[in-house]
Design a protein around this ligand. Structure first.
Ligand SMILES: *[C@@H]1O[C@H](CO)[C@@H](O)[C@H](O)[C@H]1NC(C)=O
Ligand SMILES: *[C@@H]1O[C@H](CO)[C@@H](O)[C@H](O)[C@H]1NC(C)=O
Ligand SMILES: *[C@@H]1O[C@H](CO)[C@@H](O)[C@H](O)[C@H]1NC(C)=O
Ligand SMILES: *[C@@H]1O[C@H](CO)[C@@H](O)[C@H](O)[C@H]1NC(C)=O
Ligand SMILES: *[C@@H]1O[C@H](CO)[C@@H](O)[C@H](O)[C@H]1NC(C)=O
Ligand SMILES: *[C@@H]1O[C@H](CO)[C@@H](O)[C@H](O)[C@H]1NC(C)=O
Ligand SMILES: *[C@@H]1O[C@H](CO)[C@@H](O)[C@H](O)[C@H]1NC(C)=O
Ligand SMILES: *[C@@H]1O[C@H](CO)[C@@H](O)[C@H](O)[C@H]1NC(C)=O
Ligand SMILES: *[C@@H]1O[C@H](CO)[C@@H](O)[C@H](O)[C@H]1NC(C)=O
Ligand SMILES: *[C@@H]1O[C@H](CO)[C@@H](O)[C@H](O)[C@H]1NC(C)=O
Ligand SMILES: *[C@@H]1O[C@H](CO)[C@@H](O)[C@H](O)[C@H]1NC(C)=O
Length: 545
């Protein structure tokens, strides 16, 4: 999950396990028994660093982390820490191994493996966000707390900036695919050396850039994973980056007559709901299928006098362009439109009157190798250049997932329908692309690839609706029906695929205040509609059609 792109979630779900429970059911790889297990685990953990023999790797340290530890992440690049918290609470006893692995003669990754004492035999890789640069410790704590031997890597460079890509395509290669791949290959070796046996199944969990990273391996290295959870994937990456940057060329800065001030966006959001909320047959502030919403802002046009909440013709045109697909040279599609309903996040992230930092960095350091490139000049030639240069095939747009199918692996793809960072319409476009490339109907794709549209979910986490689907450490439940990670595990290990995913809305997004309501999210191309009778806060009052 992203950092700039990720709203802070304060809620936390405790998976703390009491020590007495642990001693009663110790499962650490069958070494000795009874009271000595904890000591064995700790001593094996502290000695593993000196015993690991891994090509191209320098092991820094290994360290036992007791459940409840408040792990300081002070070593992390400060730009990561300003978005993620600079500490992580550890939810279950685990061994932490930190190392550096070279990926070329001028690149390498910092990575960690977290090896839980109560190991399930499962392996998992986390991903990254934005243009980072940051190990996603929160996701590592989540997965390790659930008994996965978990790895995370820094994507080949430290921090949120893309400056490291400047004149170093090897670091771009790490960002495109090689950091995750190396982390998985090395991580599986560490897991085997530590537990003295092979893992049983291998998983992936990521969102945003992390979602793209999951699909990248599915497309090019399907042997790595048995199950992949890919959220809000940054697919068509160069084109996405052009699209993210083009909003500034529509709005200009805050003095431009085209600029739409932040305080009008909530009014536009309400106008969108007024026009489109009833399309799912229930008015609750949540669009179950924004792709049906043909929004225009004409009803907000100012009359003879303007005021704080009406739009001038120039502003109205800006708004309407935001909800149109982005076209390039000769009218070719660069990227689908922003889906209506996403204004809360998008207005401060993309329509804020400043160039989008990831777009600026990507063009300066990965596309043009020109630190002086000016983001105000971004145009259709740049979109075409980025798509053509496509360094290390970061685009991640291969529609052929037959490697995944052949291997019997499973992909659970999800996307929030109020995502104001990456339009969910691109996820539908990718699904259609796979369907067309493989010549498979949705029924046929269902055997290995399912895409769930999550109403009321913003970018990866947060949002107005029943957005909690177990995608991160704040999981509402570990029941596979309500948890995308446990759903993919069940699909892989028991052959039972998720039909719907039940999302949870907590009162004020605070778990301790209790559940406000739950709603089932449908898998594409089905969409959710209210049945017309019954309590709309109950999943059974809705159906996928
Ligand atoms: C160990 O993990 C299993 C699930 O794999 C769980 O049922 C059990 O409660 C866990 N035990 C401890 C002590 O965490
Ligand atoms: C963890 O430690 C940091 C300081 O390093 C502190 O700010 C934070 O409140 C602690 N968190 C918890 C839950 O104890
Ligand atoms: C070690 O790195 C070199 C290049 O830096 C590479 O050619 C070699 O394949 C790597 N070895 C392994 C086992 O990955
Ligand atoms: C790194 O490897 C490349 C070939 O992959 C070679 O052209 C280059 O000279 C090497 N650089 C150094 C510093 O060894
Ligand atoms: C990158 O971060 C790692 C810790 O994750 C740290 O050990 C390393 O020194 C950092 N590298 C640079 C160049 O700052
Ligand atoms: C907006 O851009 C114009 C033209 O480039 C410039 O003159 C003006 O100072 C900028 N205003 C702000 C608030 O940045
Ligand atoms: C949106 O526009 C499309 C294409 O013009 C049309 O088929 C559809 O009925 C419209 N939807 C609504 C809800 O008006
Ligand atoms: C602002 O202008 C619009 C359009 O002319 C009008 O509908 C709205 O009531 C006005 N709002 C206020 C607060 O005057
Ligand atoms: C656009 O059309 C022109 C003239 O037909 C052609 O030369 C050019 O390659 C096209 N560009 C793209 C990006 O398709
Ligand atoms: C990316 O945009 C270019 C035009 O700039 C277009 O030709 C290409 O098809 C687009 N690729 C994807 C995956 O959308
Ligand atoms: C939820 O948040 C609202 C607005 O901040 C507040 O008025 C309300 O008291 C909160 N509800 C609970 C149960 O805390």
């Amino acid at each position: 999950m992203g950092t700039i792109l990720k709203p802070t979630v304060t809620m936390r779900f405790s998976l703390l396990v009491s020590a007495s429970v642990f001693f009663a059911s110790c499962v650490f790889a069958g070494r000795g028994d009874g009271q000595h297990h904890a000591d064995d685990f700790q001593s094996i953990c502290s000695s593993i660093a000196s015993k690991l023999k891994i090509a191209n790797a320098t092991v820094y340290f290994s360290q036992f982390m007791e459940a409840g530890t408040n792990l300081s992440l002070a070593d992390q690049d400060a730009s990561c820490g300003s978005n993620e918290q600079p500490f992580q609470i550890i939810s279950a006893d685990a061994c932490r191994v930190a190392l550096y692995v070279t990926t070329s003669n001028r690149s390498g990754i910092h990575m960690e493996a977290w090896l839980p004492k109560n190991w399930t035999g499962r392996f998992l890789s986390t991903g990254n966000g934005g243009l980072e640069g940051c190990i996603q410790y929160e996701d590592m704590a989540y997965a390790a707390g659930l008994g996965f031997a978990t790895v995370g890597a820094n994507n080949g460079h430290n921090g949120t900036s893309g400056e490291a890509f400047y004149n170093n395509p090897e670091i771009v290669a790490d960002f495109s695919y090689r950091s995750v791949r190396t982390g998985v290959i090395v991580g599986k070796q560490i897991s085997k050396a530590f537990y003295r046996k092979e893992h049983k199944k291998s998983y992936y969990l990521g969102c945003s850039t992390g979602g793209r990273e999951g699909f990248k391996q599915a497309q090019d290295a399907p042997e790595l994973f048995d199950g992949i959870v890919a959220g809000a994937p940054a697919l068509a990456f160069n084109n996405l980056t052009s699209w993210s940057g083009h909003f500034y060329t529509l709005t200009g800065n805050s003095s431009s007559p085209n600029f739409v001030p932040a305080n009008i966006w909530p009014v536009i959001h309400q106008d969108i709901l007024r026009q489109c909320d009833a399309l799912d047959h229930y008015v609750d502030g949540i669009l179950e299928d924004p792709s049906l919403c043909n929004y225009t802002s004409k009803e907000l046009l100012c009359g003879s006098t303007s005021n704080a909440t009406c739009l001038t013709p120039a502003q109205s045109l800006t708004v309407d362009k935001i909800f149109q697909p982005l076209k390039g040279l000769n009218g070719s599609l660069v990227y689908p439109r922003m889906q209506p309903g996403s204004e809360t996040l998008a207005s401060f992230l993309l329509y804020n009157g400043s160039p989008f930092p990831y777009t600026t960095d990507w063009f300066r350091y990965a596309i043009y190798n020109d630190p002086n490139w000016d983001p105000t000049t971004l145009n259709a030639h740049d979109y075409a250049n980025a798509a053509n240069i496509n360094p290390s095939n970061v685009e991640t747009w291969k529609g052929d997932l037959s490697g995944v199918k052949k291997r019997g692996a499973k992909i659970l793809h999800y996307h929030g329908l109020m995502d104001g960072s990456i339009s969910s319409e691109n996820s539908a476009r990718y699904y259609e692309h796979v369907s067309k490339t493989m010549n498979k109907s949705p029924n046929e794709l269902d055997s290995f690839y399912r895409y769930f549209r999550i109403s009321g979910l913003s970018h990866c986490v947060g949002g107005d609706g029943a957005w909690n689907i177990g995608q991160n450490i704040g999981a509402a439940s570990l029941d596979p029906q309500q948890n995308v990670l446990m759903a993919v595990v069940k699909w892989v290990e028991e052959g039972v695929a998720p039909d719907t995913i039940t999302g949870t809305k907590f009162v004020n997004d605070t778990q301790s205040l209790g559940v406000a309501y739950q709603r089932n999210h449908c898998r594409y191309p089905k969409r959710n509609v209210y049945r017309g009778v019954g309590d709309a806060t109950k999943p059974g009052s809705w159906k996928c059609v």
